[in-house]
Design a binder for this molecule. Structure first.
Ligand code: PLP
Length: 387
């Protein structure tokens, strides 16, 4: 099977599996226990935290382990809103974009049902949130209590990168707090917490060849956020519950691996996506959804001018039958025949949104896999177009 669905999830790196096996076998005590096995577990947990923090250019105390990107996003939005509600008796405005992952859109909708003013910013035709669009949204939002802006770093369907440093500066100038979902950009392009300028950042391990079920929320030391899980005082009182040391160690190993050669991997992936673009460009009626500039090096999303004649689900199934795993939207919406909200937000007609095919590469993808994947797509289209 040729696996080109790495934006949905990645294979677990052998080094990560090995590290998790060792920790699982040897370091099983509760990191909160006072005895020596507990102390050893605490040291291993804090080593994992230190190494992830160093990769982000953050302080260890700014890292809260979560169960993944979804929890990190929920923690940022609900935790912030609850902190301000507890303080002021009023909900802060939530400003987000219509092209966010459901792990942002749904908690934002939930807060709106509780009474938080919710403002949505639309992306431009390339899927990008422009600083002036955010500025207009901030002008409509109640300023007190301080609003929360959440805009993703890179989109999971199109790969489009948002100008986060500029967006966070616009948000801060208006007195708002800024969160970014960096689940897709982490390990794909170089960034540090300080260069993004965000107060909170979500990342997840399973998109970088780490284990599923763990991520982090970076919370700048000046930002206060109520926990989602009240319980023991773990994670400096920000997430109750015995920590999963095995997953944390696996995440740290995956981060170490991916950050060690991020520049060369990004260059290699970019040359593979340019080969992919070149081969796809020869297909009749192809339309590139992913912009050529300002996108992640590992995502190419395409659709077709004659999408009305094509069956979107059939495209993915046809590729699968030919041994190629690709996706037509975020994994959370796959299996559904609704056009993706992201592709609709950037103005694609429903038929073209339904017929989109997303190729997402990993550090292990080869040029021969790219060639075989395009050959499979050409074959599926030929059958579907009746030729
Ligand atoms: N945010 C984005 C942009 C994603 O692509 C994903 C994963 O699909 C998530 C959040 C959710 O992350 P997790 O699967 O770790 O909960």
């Amino acid at each position: 099977m040729i696996y080109l669905d790495n934006s949905a999830t990645t294979s677990t790196a052998p080094e990560v599996i090995e590290r998790m096996e060792i920790i699982g076998r040897e370091v099983y005590a509760n990191p909160s226990s006072v005895h020596r096995p507990g102390q050893r577990a605490r040291v291993a947990l804090e080593d994992a935290r230190d190494s992830i923090a160093a990769g982000l250019g953050a302080e260890s105390r700014e890292i809260v382990f979560t169960s993944g990107g979804t929890e990190a996003n929920n923690h940022a939005l609900k935790g912030y809103a609850l902190t301000l509600f507890a303080e002021h008796g009023r909900w802060p405005a939530i400003i987000t974009s219509s092209s966010e992952h459901h792990a942002i859109l749904h908690p934002a909708d939930f807060l709106a049902r509780l009474g938080a003013p919710l403002i949505s910013v639309d992306p431009d035709g390339e899927g990008r949130i422009l600083p002036e669009a955010l500025q207009r949204a901030l002008e409509q939002a109640p300023r007190s209590p301080a609003p929360l802006v959440s805009v993703m770093h890179a989109n999971n369907e199109t790969g489009t990168i948002n100008p986060i440093a500029e967006l966070s500066a616009v948000a801060h100038a208006a007195g708002a707090v800024f969160h970014t979902d960096a689940v897709q950009s982490y390990g794909k392009i170089e960034w540090r917490a300080a260069t993004l300028g965000a107060d909170m950042i979500s990342i997840s391990a399973h998109k970088i060849h780490g284990p599923k079920g763990i991520g982090i929320l970076y919370i700048n030391k000046e930002t206060e956020v109520e926990p989602l899980m009240h319980g023991g005082g773990q994670e400096r009182n920000r997430r109750g519950g015995t920590e999963s040391l095995q997953l944390a160690a696996g995440f740290a190993e995956a981060s170490r691996l991916v950050l060690a050669d991020i520049e060369t991997t990004a260059e290699r992936m970019a040359s593979l996506t340019s080969l992919l673009r070149e081969l796809l460009g020869e297909i009749d009626g192809v339309r590139f959804v992913t912009p050529i500039d300002g996108a992640l090096p590992n995502i190419v999303n395409v659709t077709f001018e004659d999408a009305g004649r094509l069956d979107g689900e059939g495209l993915i199934v046809g590729m699968d039958i030919r041994g190629v795993a690709v996706s037509n939207g975020s994994a959370c919406t796959s299996g559904s025949i609704q056009p993706s909200h992201v592709l609709s937000a950037i103005g694609l007609p429903p038929a073209q949104a339904k017929a989109a095919v997303r190729f997402s590469l990993s550090r292990y993808t080869t040029s021969s896999e790219i060639e075989q994947a395009v050959a499979a797509l050409i074959d599926v289209l030929q059958v579907m177009r009746g030729g």
